[in-house]
Design a protein around this ligand. Sequence first.
Ligand code: ADP
Ligand code: MG
Length: 250
Amino acid sequence: MVEVSGVHKFFGDLHVLKGVDLTVGRGEVCVLLGPSGSGKSTLIRCINELEQISAGRLSVDGELMGLREKDGVLHRRSDKEIAQQRSKIGMVFQRFNLFPHLTALGNVMEAPRQVRGLSRSAAERLAREQLERVGLSDRADHYPAQLSGGQQQRVAIARALAMGPELMLFDEPTSALDPELVGEVLAVMKELAASGMTMIVVTHEVGFAREVADQVVFMDDGLILEAGRPGEVIDAPQHPRTQDFFGKVL
Ligand code: ADP
Ligand code: MG
């Protein structure tokens, strides 16, 4: 589903991704761990083409992202091509960014209405299904300010799911939450994983990684230092930097 090969990313002179290789199969859950500043967010933003890669190859569902060659010339894809590709990818951020003036239902209906062009009744039916999926049927008419952080993040997940993505990217989805609200969001993500969704999750929740990940990837300073089963990377890391990281967080 996702193929990353020799990917580099520069911000000006700052070399942030230094040759990243990563393969995530369809239906797999990949958990990305690593210290702050190691390039995790940049990598997943490149996968969603919110950032353009500087070098290497990156494809999602067989579609090459970023620059591509045509008639011997490298060119950027059209905004339409990028939008089409991105519609297959759902993204959930640390900050939920719900529209404050719309109810939970309204927030989930918005993209199906505006982007997919569904009728009001079709979008509402779809939105109610997605709210049910994240356990919020009884909060459909609540505004974000009337919801807890955990509920808001579950609305954000429902909103992403309403676009029918084939790949879900999560960037520290529980980092902004009070500790007692983390579990309900992780539970929704666990269900999603069990339903066969392909997921890449940046998180510091090692328990979630251990329980749900097919593949755990440890990133440090723009490079993937280790990747493998949770039992390998978390419990028996080979690289001293990985040992040091898990020594601190566990
Ligand atoms: P992580 O998510 O692992 O904490 P990031 O991918 O956010 O790491 O950041 C990696 C490095 O790239 C950091 O040094 C950060 O300051 C830098 N960086 C991220 N985004 C930008 C940007 N848009 N412009 C310049 N530097 C950036
Ligand atoms: Mg980050």
